[in-house]
Every structure is written in structure tokens, then in C-alpha cells.
Design a protein around this ligand. Structure first.
Ligand SMILES: Cc1cc2nc3c(=O)[nH]c(=O)nc-3n(C[C@H](O)[C@H](O)[C@H](O)COP(=O)(O)OP(=O)(O)OC[C@H]3O[C@@H](n4cnc5c(N)ncnc54)[C@H](O)[C@@H]3O)c2cc1C
Length: 382
């Protein structure tokens, strides 16, 4: 009934991602973090190897890989640099609403080109006045004949300046609250789209995070995803499918924290012995190893459910909340184990700590994940 082994194809993908992470991402991570410049040449190589957009179904020219495969790639790449991975991965988030609600024509038109050359798409929900409270967005889409006029400002949009198109959530009927929200695909070169400056972030600094403004942007009705009023449901369904990947990225950070701190603890001497011989250090390493393994298993289960066509909302929230808390604690403990050099920018663990923090914030904060989990638990237990 239970099998924890990867298929040969999954193992080959994991090894490919691990090798790419080690050879192409790790050597660029420090520089990209310091300059805040996303390395497009790394993205080009990742795309050529099939490490971007691999979830696009085969009928639209993609590899049609599943959620488990997404987790394998995310763990490997995030163990090398979460900032670089965030932008490499953004198309995965943006394309989910198209997979969930797009018509055949829309899937062909918008997913097909992503398999022909390196291109990005971005996902635009968050606004200056609304993040967790998705129903609080202000962006509107006013019907004008056979098109819509979209106006509003989206904030913290990953891949904002690189995307060829945006999947944008807007109100077609504000009075209906979340039942009046509609999703649209908006090409970046549409008149009235403005890409703002890069946000100066604490971590994940290589990633391209921008404000995007839409000012009376004319969007054909053919670019509407699903019917009017369906966007809230679409957004939630998309999150169920992307949260396992975010959780896997957090597992990658926790694993990197464990590996860096274990190697350091074995080498560093204090009071005449290696610090790995102190039980205080051993217990931190043991907790990191135990929690990383538990986070990975929860993550795989949330992904497995998706791959087997089952609802995973509760598990996806559990995996995302648990793995991001584990990543944060592991990174903080890794800094502790390295002592002063852990706090130095010359060593990689302070970056892990800055990068880990965002996993507790984006794609639903840890508080929002707990609200989702609690809602399920209260409903399920009589
Ligand atoms: C690096 C980065 C990249 C991002 N990329 C994207 C992207 O590509 N596309 C996109 O649309 N968005 C993106 N975001 C936005 C991200 O999803 C939001 O920041 C996140 O959902 C939280 O929203 P907020 O920042 O408005 O915080 P708020 O919603 O204002 O929350 C502030 C605090 O209040 C808490 N809180 C809010 N409501 C409740 C509640 N009901 N119960 C308990 N506590 C609550 C939150 O947990 C949090 O601690 C990105 C953010 C970052 C930092």
C-alpha cells in the first residue's frame, strides 16, 4: 500500500536537478543575492534541460510531469538558491489557473509557447491593500462590449518584469465579494500595463519581485478564464496544486542548513574537540534531520494526493506551514552552529535564514494555512 521509492524516471529527474543545482545555481547564488540580478543565462540552461514549465501537459507540448516531480526539482534547486528558483518556478504558479479553468483554445494559446522558448508568466493576486484577504482586492474589470477594462495595482509580483503575460484577478462585480471576482490573462505589452521598480527584499533577492499597474487595460473576453465570478475558486484550486512545491522548496532550505552545519560542526574545534561532539550541537542537528524528514514526507503526501486526483487542501496547507516553520528553525539553528561566521555574509547560512522567512509568508502565510487546516479539522471531527 505504501511505497517510498522513486521511479527510475523520478530519480533521473532528481539527479538532473541536483546536478544543475550544484553546477549552475550554487556558483551563482551569492552574486545574485548581492546584486539582486536574476541570472537569465541560468534560466536559459534550466529551460533547455526541461527544468522550467515541466508540468505543462503533453498535449500542449510540455512534459506533463506531476506534483511529486515538482517537489523533487524544488527541493534540489532551493537547496542551492531559493531566490533563483522562485523566478524559475513562477510560470508554474501562473499557469495553474489556466490548467484549472482554461478552455482548450486558451491552453493551446498560452501554454504552448512556453514550451517553444524560454518565457515567463506571472501570477497577480496581491495588492497594496490586500494579501491574505484575497476578497479585499481593489482591481476592477469593467465590461465594455466584448472586452473588459482592467484597472488596479498588483504588488510583490514574482517575475513581474520578465513575464510575457500575467494572470490577473479582478472584480467584475465587487458587491458579490469573492463570488464577483474574475481571472484574466493579460499580455505584458498591452497598452496601460506598467512594470514598477524591483522590491528591495530581505531574502530571495535574486528573484524579480515587482509592482504591476493596470490602467484601463483593454482585455478581450477571450482572455477571461472560466466564467465571471469564478476566480476565487480558481485561485484556491491553484494554491492546492502549488503549495506542495513551496513546501518542497522549504525542505530544500532545511536540508541545506543541515548539510552546512553538520560539515562545519565536524571541522570546528572548541575546548580541544570538534563541536560536533557537544551534545548541545548534536541535538540541534538531530532535530534538524528529524524535522526535515517529517516535512518531506508531509510534502510528498500532499503532492501524491494531487497526482492521484484527490483533494489535498488540508494536506497542502499542513505541508506548506510545517515545512516553512522547519526551514526557518533549521536556518536559525544553522547560524547558531556556525557561531560568528554563521552571521557573516561570507558563509551561506545567513542567506538561508533570510530566504527561509518568505516561505512562511507567500502563497498564504502560516496563519492562513492554519486557518485552512482548522476549518477542515472542525468540519471533519464530529
Ligand atoms: C518575495 C515575495 C514574492 C511574492 N510573490 C507574489 C506573486 O508572485 N503573486 C502574488 O499575487 N503575490 C505574491 N506575493 C505576496 C504574498 O502572497 C503576500 O505577501 C501574502 O499573501 C501575505 O499578504 P500581505 O503581505 O498582504 O500580508 P497581510 O495579509 O496584510 O498579513 C499581515 C499579517 O496578518 C496576518 N493575518 C492576516 N489575516 C489573518 C487572519 N485572518 N488570521 C490571522 N492572521 C492573519 C498574516 O498572517 C500576517 O502575519 C509575494 C510576496 C513576497 C514577499
Amino acid at each position: 500500500m505504501i511505497d517510498f521509492t522513486l521511479t527510475p524516471e523520478q530519480e533521473a529527474l532528481r539527479s538532473l536537478a541536483a546536478e544543475f543545482a550544484q553546477k549552475e545555481v550554487t556558483p551563482r547564488a551569492k552574486e545574485a543575492d548581492e546584486t539582486g540580478v536574476f541570472p537569465m543565462d541560468v534560466a536559459q540552461k534550466a529551460w533547455e534541460l526541461g527544468l522550467i514549465g515541466y508540468r505543462i501537459p503533453k498535449e500542449y507540448g510540455g512534459l506533463g510531469l506531476g506534483s511529486i516531480e515538482d517537489c523533487l526539482v524544488a527541493e534540489e534547486l532551493c537547496s542551492a538558491c531559493m531566490g533563483i528558483h522562485a523566478t524559475l518556478n513562477i510560470t508554474n504558479l501562473a499557469m495553474e489557473p489556466i490548467l484549472v479553468a482554461g478552455s482548450e483554445d486558451q491552453k493551446k494559446k498560452w501554454l504552448g509557447p512556453l514550451t517553444e522558448k524560454l518565457m515567463f508568466a506571472a501570477y497577480c493576486v496581491t495588492e497594496p491593500a490586500a494579501g491574505s484577504d484575497v476578497a479585499g482586492i481593489q482591481t476592477t474589470a469593467r465590461k465594455k462590449g466584448n472586452s473588459y477594462a482592467v484597472s488596479g495595482t498588483k504588488r510583490f509580483i514574482t517575475g513581474g518584469s520578465l513575464a510575457s503575460y500575467y494572470v490577473v484577478f479582478a472584480y467584475t462585480d465587487k458587491a458579490q465579494r469573492h463570488k464577483g471576482m474574475t481571472a484574466f490573462i493579460i499580455p505584458r505589452d498591452s497598452k496601460g500595463v506598467t512594470v514598477g521598480k524591483k522590491e528591495p527584499m530581505m531574502g530571495q533577492r535574486a528573484s524579480d519581485t515587482r509592482e504591476i499597474t493596470f490602467e484601463e487595460v483593454e482585455v478581450p473576453a477571450a482572455n477571461r478564464l472560466g466564467d465571471e465570478g469564478q476566480a476565487f475558486k480558481i485561485a484556491m484550486a491553484a494554491f492546492d496544486r502549488t503549495r506542495p512545491g513551496v513546501a518542497a522548496g522549504a525542505v530544500g532550505i532545511a536540508r541545506a542548513a543541515l548539510e552546512h552545519s553538520t560539515r562545519y560542526a565536524k571541522e570546528r574545534k572548541a575546548f580541544g574537540q570538534s563541536i560536533a561532539e557537544f551534545q548541545a550541537i548534536q541535538f540541534m542537528l538531530a532535530d534538524m534531520a528529524m524535522q526535515t524528514e517529517a516535512a518531506r514526507l508531509l510534502t510528498y503526501k500532499s503532492a501524491w494526493l494531487i497526482d492521484h486526483g484527490q483533494r489535498n487542501s488540508k494536506l497542502a496547507s499542513m505541508a506548506k506551514a510545517f515545512a516553512s516553520d522547519v526551514a526557518m528553525k533549521a536556518a536559525v539553528d544553522a547560524v547558531q552552529i556556525l557561531g560568528g561566521v554563521g552571521y557573516s555574509r561570507e558563509y551561506p547560512v545567513e542567506k538561508l535564514m533570510r530566504d527561509a522567512k518568505v516561505t512562511q509568508i507567500y502563497e498564504g502565510t502560516s496563519q492562513i494555512q492554519r486557518l485552512v487546516i482548522a476549518r477542515h479539522v472542525i468540519q471533519e471531527i464530529g
